[in-house]
Design a protein around this ligand. Structure first.
Ligand code: 3PG
Length: 407
């Protein structure tokens, strides 16, 4: 209970760290939010605090500016969307994060009002590796509030001032979103119902090594399944001796991936790789996409999605699973000719939940955006995480600074 943990909320200045890092399309005159999932997921905790009469100060990042203001990373479009979602609430925006102007804006806040501070990463102290510099910035942040609520789950793997250091300086608590995300991850890592199926995609196998190590090392057991697609799969296919043409390949990971193939076989974990792929002559929608066997990708082509036969096999491997975790698209889903694999996996997760009551989790970032872009609704899945890197690091078995600091 936030109220008890923080020693009362009414009239208190509560600093909330949210993750409002949403994808923006800058091609038009005004930036357009293409997936507002993280903003929507942040609203319940904010409402809870506002309803209790707190004076709510929200801090968040957008993108990766280098410690100084950059117009394209402004949270102004996020402020507009947040104000729509919090209809009836006075939602103000402060164009800086700390200092006189921020202090005055916070002082002007009344009970039940909210102030969103500009992108916290416009300040070098936020992400500094120097603990003193980060600490000095955290002091300034902490001076704006009486209590701190950590609700930006997507950023809890970052040892940043607003995620970590500020919690050392104020009475603090986890918000509802962080609590829910952690419960889901605990369910995925502590005695999950089996068969347990994990689907991994995305472009680089080197981003997923820690997760695969932990999956094959401890989380998956005999009868469980590991399905691999996306750009990273070509390193798996090459490791089994197949020609992958001009597909993405991380040659320096081949030995490690061969080790994974051996471990999976020894443990009885079924490793499901595509048997066909959609291959094109270039990274473009109109580059003559063709379905080719996974062991005969022509030398002048690159694979950009798993093929239809593979999509059926992936769906079959998910059909009777009791627990499913999916991270990373199967192909370049943003281009329709290469969206089939990702759509099929999303559909298979939906069916596994509907037909066998599987607990299905879509792990944040790109995968969450993918399922929404492809027209699926959040309610069709057991949980759509707001954390990409954060969920993966949790599944790697790592300590996350933003969770550790909350005890
Ligand atoms: C994310 O998008 O995964 C989170 O918002 C964290 O962003 P970061 O990877 O830039 O720290």
């Amino acid at each position: 209970d936030l109220e008890a943990q923080l020693g009362g909320l009414a009239g208190q200045r509560v600093l909330v760290r949210s993750d409002l890092n949403v994808p923006l399309d800058h091609s038009g005159e005004q930036p357009v939010i293409t997936d507002d999932g993280r903003i929507r997921a942040s609203v319940p905790t904010l409402r809870r605090l506002l309803d209790a009469g707190a004076r709510v100060v929200v801090t968040a990042h957008l993108g990766r500016p280098k410690g100084a203001p950059e117009a394209k990373y402004s949270l102004a479009p996020v402020h507009a969307r947040l104000a729509e979602l919090l209809e009836g609430v006075d939602v103000a925006f402060c164009p800086v994060t700390v200092g006189e102007e921020a202090t005055a804006a916070v002082a002007a806040l009344r009970e039940g009002q909210l102030l969103l501070l500009e992108n916290i990463r416009f300040n070098a102290g936020e992400t500094s590796k120097d603990a003193d510099e980060r600490g000095a910035f955290a002091d300034e942040l902490a001076a704006l509030a009486d209590a701190y609520v950590s609700d930006g789950f997507g950023a809890v793997h970052r040892k940043h001032a607003s995620v970590y250091d500020v919690a050392l300086r104020l009475p603090h608590a986890a918000g509802g979103l962080v609590a829910t995300e952690v419960e889901v991850l605990q369910r995925l890592t502590t005695d999950p119902e089996r068969p347990y199926a994990v689907v991994l995609g995305g472009s680089k196998v080197s981003d997923k090594l820690g997760v695969i190590d932990n999956l094959l090392g401890s989380l998956l057991t005999s009868g469980d399944r590991l399905l691999v697609g996306g750009g990273m799969v070509f390193t798996f296919l090459a490791a089994t001796g197949r020609e992958v043409g001009r597909s993405l390949l991380e040659a320096d990971q081949l030995d490690r991936v061969r080790g994974y193939l051996d471990t999976a076989r020894d443990k009885g974990v079924q490793l499901v790789l595509p048997t066909d792929v959609v291959a094109a002559t270039a990274f473009a929608a109109d580059a003559d996409p063709q379905v080719v066997p996974a062991d005969a990708i022509p030398a002048d082509r690159l694979g950009l999605d798993i093929g239809p036969e593979s999509a059926r096999a992936f769906a079959a491997a998910l059909a009777d699973a009791r627990t499913v975790f999916w991270n990373g698209p199967m192909g370049v889903f943003e281009m329709e000719p290469y969206a089939g694999g990702t759509r099929a996996v999303a559909q298979a997760l939906v069916e596994a939940k509907d037909s066998s009551g599987a607990f299905s989790v879509v792990g944040g970032g790109d995968s969450a955006a993918a399922v929404r872009t492809l027209g699926f609704a959040d309610e069709q899945f057991g949980h759509i995480s707001t954390g990409g890197g954060a969920s993966l690091e949790y599944l790697e078995g790592r300590q996350l600074p933003g969770l550790d600091v909350l005890d």
